[in-house]
Structures are given as structure tokens and as C-alpha cells.
Design a binder for this molecule. Structure first.
Ligand code: SAM
Length: 207
């Protein structure tokens, strides 16, 4: 498996350059582990309509664009103007402009206005908002559709009951509430993976 991951990234020199640039400029992007999970899921599911909340500079968007069919559309939302502008440039540079629809603003305000059914949603935004964002997208997922959320275990702090510093307490409390919500959710079946900073994969049950 290690070899596969290595080859996968060796083949993608330009993407590696963008990855290095993001890391150098302290722009948070998906880890390689997360990237490979996303790749596995979309390769199997081949979603036709994807929603991403948290574009940053478009690294994960490019990753999703690469492993989906040419007629797949990715709607991606970013609230930071500079990152949004950068993402547009990067997606264009990589030749995926036709597959990506950009939306500038807060996902919490934009999602309620999205009218289509998504087959796959990737939430990689402000951690304190995951519960809210998940609830907003829930009704916009097709049958057997999938929602993946990144960084849900937040440096291992979410799963233990240890006291956390004041400045990150709200994030940790909100993520704990989110995990309880997922656990009790009748409409979605969720698996939590202790990979990297924690990933949840939720599949909509058939109604
Ligand atoms: N998915 C990106 C990647 O891997 O290349 C990284 C996303 S980064 C971890 C999170 C991004 O989400 C930031 O650029 C931030 O500005 C944006 N963000 C956070 N909360 C948001 C929200 N509610 N709506 C839209 N964008 C949000």
C-alpha cells in the first residue's frame, strides 16, 4: 500500500508543488492519508455532483476533480476572499475550470439555497460549525450519498474527556456534540476513522 501511495504522488508533480506551496504558506490542506481516502471513495462511488465546503486554495478540489468522470461537477464554497481567488487561478491552471462551480461566502448561508441533490459532500471548514453544516447538507444528499468530514477528532482532544485550553474549548465541545449527533443519526450510518486528524464517513441509508 505504501508503494501505491508513493507512486500516486510521484505521478502528480504539479499537485505536489501546490501541496508544498500550501504547507510553506501555512494554508491548511488535506493530508495525503485523507487524499487517499477521498480517492478510494470517489473512485468506487463515481459521484456526479459533489459539494465541498472549505476550498482554501483548491488543493482538495483538484484532487476530487482528477478522480471523477469528466461530466462530474464539483460545487465548492470558500469564505476567505484571497484563498477563493487563488483557488480559481489554480483550478484554471490545472484545466479543471469546466468541472468546478465556485461559490464565495459562508457555507452556512449558501447551502440552504442549493437546490440540487449531491452524491458526495466533503466538509473541511471551521470545526466548530460541523454540526450545523452537516444538518444543512443532510437533506440535500441522494440515496446512498456520502458525507465525509475532515479533522473531526481535533488532535485527539475530542475523544478523551480531558480538560482543554480555553481558546479551543468551544471547538472541542462542538465537535463532541457533532460526534454524538452522528452516532444517534437514523438517516446516516457513520464510521469514524482514526486516521490523521480523524475522518468521518457517513452514508445515507435507503429510505
Ligand atoms: N479543503 C481544502 C484543501 O484540503 O485543500 C482545505 C480547507 S481549509 C482546512 C478550511 C477552509 O475553509 C479555509 O480556507 C476557511 O476559510 C474555509 N471555511 C471555514 N469555514 C467556512 C465556512 N463556514 N464556509 C466557507 N468556507 C469556510
Amino acid at each position: 500500500m505504501g508503494d501505491n501511495i508513493f507512486n500516486l504522488w510521484e505521478d502528480k508533480k504539479d499537485l505536489k508543488k501546490l501541496e508544498s506551496k500550501a504547507l510553506k504558506e501555512n494554508i491548511p490542506i488535506i493530508s495525503r492519508e485523507t487524499a487517499n481516502i477521498l480517492k478510494s471513495v470517489i473512485t468506487v462511488k463515481q459521484p456526479k455532483l459533489i459539494l465541498e465546503i472549505g476550498t482554501a486554495i483548491g488543493f482538495s478540489t483538484l484532487w476530487l476533480a482528477q478522480y471523477t468522470d469528466s461530466d462530474t461537477e464539483i460545487v465548492t464554497i470558500e469564505r476567505n476572499q484571497a484563498r477563493f481567488n487563488n483557488a480559481r487561478k489554480n483550478i484554471k491552471k490545472f484545466g479543471f475550470n469546466d468541472k468546478v462551480t465556485f461559490k464565495f461566502g459562508d457555507g452556512q448561508e449558501i447551502v440552504p439555497y442549493l437546490r440540487r441533490e449531491f452524491n458526495f459532500v466533503f466538509i473541511d471548514a471551521a470545526k466548530g460549525q460541523y454540526l450545523n453544516l452537516f444538518k444543512l447538507v443532510e437533506d440535500k444528499i441522494s440515496e446512498n450519498g456520502i458525507i465525509i468530514c475532515d479533522n473531526i477528532l481535533y488532535k485527539g482532544l475530542v475523544r478523551n474527556n480531558k480538560k482543554v485550553d480555553h481558546d479551543i474549548r468551544t471547538i472541542v465541545i462542538n465537535l463532541r456534540k457533532f460526534l454524538i449527533y452522528l452516532k444517534n443519526n437514523q438517516k446516516f450510518k457513520t464510521e469514524i476513522f482514526d486516521i490523521d486528524d480523524g475522518i468521518s464517513i457517513s452514508t445515507r441509508r435507503n429510505s
